[in-house]
Design a protein around this ligand. Structure first.
Ligand code: GCU
Length: 429
């Protein structure tokens, strides 16, 4: 009898495992299986009227679209908070063998030292005369991973374990110093006259689902509130909010040209840079590197990663309302081309990688293309109608796009194009 019960239990378990396996997410990588869909028109008001003038875009249509992204996708950021305060931790004007000025600044995100804080690492070209344009980008594993410079302060925030990087206790160790240097060509950035400012994203909100008890969220709960409302910010919006607080600091730094801050991000941090650029118009240029689902890629194509899949695996990234569209993309009141349109008329660059099918390179391109009518309404040039991007043939109007060979990553090729694009739009202006 006992044996029989055991047998039944094992059989039951095998069945459950079998079912969950059969339900395992299988991404679609077949262009012929992309569903037919109709995209919401960025230039049609909710009342059905067409937007024919720039002021109607600014006063009516843009706020409509922005509100939908806030309430249905990323969640609303706090509208009231104390101004940041900051402390210069360290500065060296002979850093990187004399090529750079290095500054490390702690930013107190709600204005007090016992509140949440993030460390900003800044490199500026040493030979600069006057304020310089700066690339601002979050990093995945701590500031000390972007360069072997032994003077970069190591984060004591929670870090994702990664055996290859020697991180096992969710704490960074010296082993990971410079480990991500290939993604950060600091010397080239400085040589071309740009500065670089970076922050470890986990300083703002650690990237795991803990019901929003850590990171910046709890500092904004109303009395009795224990987690964000369904239309309030998830982690992506919190990281984007952190980028705006970095901008608050950069506006105070005389060596930085704060009218020329380029916000850049890769992957989940690309989703973040685009939302930051949409929400905060102080960013002069916005760059999405392989940002994919919930970033630059059109959700309705359901190619590679989908809304349902991203919400199940990363339940903390978006607001809870976004779950309404799991396996139900057609019901979305927006699509990601409208997110890109929120950047207009500021220069926007979207980059894909050929082997990064999970992020849907074609969907990233099409979103940039379908954002173009808004750029044109505002007197700028978008993606030309007949453009068909080939590998390593970047398009650069007010919207930039390239697809490069290789996988999901940030490479020297990507950075070179971003600097070409920044030169085009910021130099001598
Ligand atoms: C996962 C996730 C992507 C994300 C990526 C990253 O692959 O599914 O949406 O862009 O992680 O941030 O590295």
């Amino acid at each position: 009898m006992n044996q029989f019960i055991c047998f039944l239990i094992i059989l039951g378990l095998l069945l459950v495992i079998g079912i969950s396996f059969s339900q395992e997410f299988v991404p679609n990588y077949d262009e012929t299986k992309v569903p037919t869909f109709k995209l919401p028109d960025p230039l049609q008001l909710e009342n059905g009227k067409r937007v024919k003038k720039a002021d109607v875009w600014w006063k009516k249509r843009r706020p409509e679209i922005f509100k939908l992204f806030e309430e249905q996708v990323y969640g609303k950021m706090p509208d009231k908070f104390e101004k940041i305060t900051y402390k210069l931790l360290e500065m060296d004007s002979g850093a990187l063998a004399g090529k750079a000025i290095r500054k490390q600044v702690t930013v107190y995100l709600v204005g007090r030292e016992d509140g949440p804080k993030m460390d900003l690492l800044i490199y500026l070209p040493n030979q600069a005369h006057g304020p310089v344009p700066v690339f601002l980008a979050l990093n995945f594993y701590g500031n000390h991973t972007i360069h072997a410079d032994p003077n970069i302060t190591m984060t004591d925030s929670w870090v994702q374990n990664n055996k290859e990087f020697g991180i096992t206790q969710n704490q960074a160790t010296d082993f990971s110093r410079g480990i991500r240097a290939s993604r950060w060509p600091v010397a080239q950035i400085l040589a071309r006259g740009y500065g670089l400012a970076t922050i470890y994203y986990g300083d703002i909100d650690p990237d795991f689902d803990d019901g929003f008890q850590n990171g910046v969220h709890p500092f904004f709960y109303k009395q009795g509130q224990t987690q964000p409302e369904p239309d309030e910010w998830g982690s992506i919006a919190a990281w984007a909010w952190g980028l705006s607080r970095a901008m608050d600091y950069l506006e105070t730094d005389k060596s930085v040209d704060s009218k020329k801050v380029i916000v850049m991000g890769h992957s989940r941090l690309g989703k973040t840079s685009v939302w930051a650029g949409a929400a905060d118009q102080r960013f002069a240029i916005v760059i999405s590197n392989n940002s994919g689902c919930g970033g630059a890629a059109l959700s309705r194509r359901q190619f590679g990663e989908t809304v349902g899949r991203i919400n199940r695996v990363f339940p903390h990234w978006f607001c809870d309302n976004f779950n309404r569209y799991n396996e139900n993309e057609a019901a979305l009141p927006i699509d990601q081309h409208q997110l890109l349109a929120l950047i207009a008329p500021r220069p926007l660059y979207v980059a894909s990688a050929e082997e990064d099918r999970w992020a849907d390179p074609k969907g990233e391109f099409l979103a940039a293309k379908y954002a173009s009518p808004v750029y044109e309404l505002l007197g700028k040039k978008g993606i030309p109608a007949d453009a068909e991007p080939k590998i390593h043939e970047p398009i650069m109007t007010t919207i930039g796009y390239h697809i490069r060979a290789g996988k999901h990553d940030v490479t020297r090729y990507d950075w070179e194009r971003y600097m070409d694009f920044a030169d085009l739009h910021l130099k001598n202006k």
